[in-house]
Structure formats: C-alpha cells, structure tokens
Design a binder for this molecule. Structure first.
Ligand code: ZN
Length: 472
C-alpha cells in the first residue's frame, strides 16, 4: 500500500525520442479559422466525418499513407477537469497497444495556463483505473507535458484524486481503520506534518464516547481518532473533518443486503478531506491545517450500541439513539466538538451522511452557518465546474431533533433527513465557528470518461480553490 495509493501511472513524459503525434485542442470558436488554413486532404476528412469541434468530440486525421498524423479535439468551454478525459479515451479506443507504445502525443495548440492544466489533469484522470486486485493490460498513451503548464499543480491534483479514489475503492478487508491511519502517517512524513492517534478504550478516557460507542463492537478495526496538524502557527487555522466509517453494516438496525454492498465507501468523507489536505500541503497554502478523522466500523456484536440507548457526548449533551444506522453523525459529533475547542478560523466536514441525497447522486449538499461562506463556496464551485448545492439549516426543523428524555435524538422526523442530520451536527458546533458541512454520495454509479464506476470525488476542487482564494 503506502505511496502506491497516490501514484499516478506513466501517462506524461518530458520529452521523447519516439515519434510524437500532434493534438489540436480547440477552445470556443477557433476551429473555423484553423480548418480554413488546412490542406484539402485534411478538410476532406473533417467534412466527411462532419467534425465541428463540438465539446468532447475527437477526430483522428490520417496522412496519405493512412498513418495517424493528427488528433483534433473540441473542448467544452469553460473547461472542466474531466473534459479532456474524453480525448484520452478517444485515443485509447482508436489506437492499438502496440502503436501506443511506439508513439507519444503532444498538444500542438497553445493555451492559457489554466486550460493547459485542465488538459493535463483530464488526461491523467482518463488514465485512472483501479488495478489493485485485477491487473490491467491496457497500454497507457503518453502525453508530452504541454507547454505553459503548472506541473506541480497538475501532479498535486492528480495524486490527491488518485489517493481518494484508490482509498475508497479498496475494500474494507484491506482498508480498515489501521490502514487509513497508516496512509495519514505516510503522507505526514512526506510533508513533515504531526499525527496523533487516540484509539480503542483511550477514546473513553479522552472523552470521545460516541466514536467509541459506534466502533466498539468491531475488534478487527479498532475505532480511532486521527489528528494531523501541518503549517505555521501564525497562519489562519483551517480544520477539515471527515467521516471515516470503514464499513457500515447499519449495526443492530442492520441494512438489507442490497444497501450494504457499497458500504466500503462510508469512509469517503475521510478520503475527501485527506485529498484536500494533500493538495493544501503539496502546494503549500499559507494555512495552519488540521485534519480530524474519526475512524470506526459499524459492526454487530454483543457489545454493539443499541436503538434506545442514551449516550453521553464530548459536548456534554445526551443523545438518544433512534437507529444505529445513523452512526456517521455520532462520530462526527465528537470530532466536530473537539475541533471547535481549538477555535478554527474555518471548519469543514465531509460525510456520506444520508442515503437519500437531496440533490441527487452527483450534487453534494452544502450546509453552512455562515451566509457569506455558503455563497462564496457555491460561487467558486460553479467557477471551477465542481458543483455543490446550498441546502438550508432550517431552524423550523430544530424541534424534530429535540429529545423527550434526552437532550437530542439521533434521527428526528426523518422527512428531511439530510437537513435534520445537518442540524444535529450543528448542535455540536460553537455558534461563532465558521462551519461548512458537505453531505456527499461519493460514488459514480455509471462510469464515464475520466470517472469510472466506483469511488468519485465531489467538491474537493471547490473547497481547495475556496481555501486558496480566501487565505492564499
Ligand atoms: Zn449508517
């Protein structure tokens, strides 16, 4: 495991002695001028195929001997990271492995740095495949690093994304609480960050009763709280918290089999914040970063927590368990309360919290107790085509989560489950803390170019750019 988890394949090279095939990438409107300047032979092939450089369309141009001489590609504009993954896919589909191993590709057209970066990121995401348990025989096309590119940025984004996807795609038998803690320690070593871990019964003596209660039934994966710190003390403090349920059976309120299948992904929140932390550290943003990962497996045994139990919390309020499958809010509650004790300037959590995602599978819900933060983050998510959707922390539903024999209940009415879950989390936040909560699905149901079925990142670019703009 270790470093392999964020290693990107050899899909780029600095230079090459192999023949290099040019790729023309067209941004909005520049195709018509280009085609007019080309010879009859090229114009004929373009006309024959009806190619108009529409978004994400590709065409291979052959020379008079029938050899591939050029690839044309239309870019969506403004470009998304994933758009050029279709370019990668088109090349992989039309060229045999032998050809790909004997030739390389380069971008002929000149682009602004931002677009050039996205072309390379899309290429790198096109090359993503989860191969830990089934070796791939695909030959990976090589792109000469485009000119005018920020290689450091591209590498950081790709490594962070590979880290997230590989961690989530790896099944729980190999991605338990200890394995995630090892990845954090590994990354910390690379970036000279500090890591502290509180695990097992220590969680009780250190006052994390909910993390302990959720994870105590699992002996294979001991519950733990991983705490990473990085960056100068003089910088503003940004704390990221991620739900890390390495597996969720639902506990005593056991899930039906069909709902349990993909539950290795219930640590996706932890993978998301690790991935953002990776970009922050690799690109050295001027913040004091803290990452808190409450890790546990929601398992069934004689010592499982039960529906009806009333549990103490780090915050000091009591919570009545209405359903043991609503466990993410419990581990987050202790971690968020702990985060607030440190008075961060900004606190962001990611969690696969509710199954009934309010805005669909691809659009994470964004909740915040700060109007400006919510608006700014939404605007930046649009700007970077990494959409998130603002949801209300509607005070009218507060009464639903008030307890009768406890301070609060763990589910509420269940009719606006995602809002009530966010309101429950809010009870553990000090009111003056600038807090953002993301309820994500974190999974791609049907694969597409650059985004194969399985683990999927959501909102990481929006959050990274938000932090960069605010503090960079
Ligand atoms: Zn659950």
């Amino acid at each position: 495991m270790t470093h392999d988890i964020y290693k990107i394949p050899n899909c780029f090279s600095k230079s090459s002695k192999k023949p290099s095939i040019p790729i023309q990438v067209f941004e909005k409107g520049d195709f018509n001028a280009w085609i007019k300047k080309q010879n009859k032979h090229i114009q004929q092939q373009v006309a024959q195929a009806g190619f108009e450089a529409k978004a994400q369309s590709a065409l291979t141009i052959l020379d008079k001997d029938g050899a591939l001489s050029c690839v044309l590609f239309g870019l969506n504009f403004p470009a998304e990271n994933l758009d050029t993954a279709s370019l990668y896919k088109a090349i992989q589909t039309c060229c045999a492995g032998k050809f790909l191993s004997q030739n390389v590709f380069h971008i002929e057209s000149l682009h602004e740095e931002d677009v050039a970066n996205k072309i390379a990121i899309g290429w790198g995401l096109g090359a993503y495949k989860f191969t830990s348990y089934k070796k791939s025989t695909d030959v990976i096309p090589t792109l000469i690093w485009p000119e005018n590119i920020d290689q450091k940025h591209v590498n950081a984004v790709l490594e962070a994304t590979y880290l997230l996807r590989n961690a989530v795609n790896t099944p729980t038998n190999d991605m338990g609480t200890e394995a995630i803690a090892d990845i954090v320690k590994d990354i910390a070593k690379d970036f000279k960050a500090d890591v502290k871990i509180i695990k097992g019964d220590k969680l009780l003596s250190k006052n994390f009763p909910l993390i302990h209660a959720v994870g105590r039934a699992c002996t294979v994966n001991e519950p733990q709280l991983v705490d990473l710190r990085w960056g100068k003390k003089s910088y503003p403090k940004v704390t990221l918290v991620g739900k890390g349920l390495v597996y969720d059976t639902g506990g005593l309120n056991i899930k039906p089999g069909s709902s349990m299948n993909a539950m290795k992904k219930d640590m996706s929140g932890a993978a998301h914040v690790l991935s953002i932390a990776y970009m922050v550290m690799a690109l050295k943003l001027p913040i004091q970063l803290r990452v808190l990962l409450p890790l546990a497996e929601n398992s069934i045994a004689g010592n499982s927590f039960r529906p009806g139990d009333i549990l103490p919390t780090r915050k000091g309020i009591t919570i009545e368990i209405e359903n043991t499958d609503a466990e993410g809010r419990l581990v987050l509650a202790d971690a968020l309360a702990y985060a607030c004790e440190d008075t961060p300037d900004l606190l962001i959590d990611f969690a696969t919290l509710t199954g009934g995602i309010a805005a669909g599978h691809d659009l994470p819900g964004l909740y915040s107790n700060n109007d400006k933060t919510r608006k700014d983050l939404h605007a930046i998510s649009d700007e970077h085509q990494d959409s998130v959707w603002p949801m209300p922390l509607y005070a009218g539903y507060e009464a639903n989560i008030n307890g009768t024999i406890s301070d609060i209940k763990s589910v509420g009415s269940g009719r606006a489950g995602h809002i009530e879950a966010a309101l429950i989390l809010q009870r553990f936040i000090t009111p003056e803390t600038n807090w953002v909560h993301f309820d994500i699905f974190g999974w791609q149901q049907v694969g597409k170019a650059g985004r194969p079925a399985g683990a999927a990142e959501m909102g990481i670019h929006a959050v990274f750019h938000f932090i960069k703009k605010r503090y960079g």
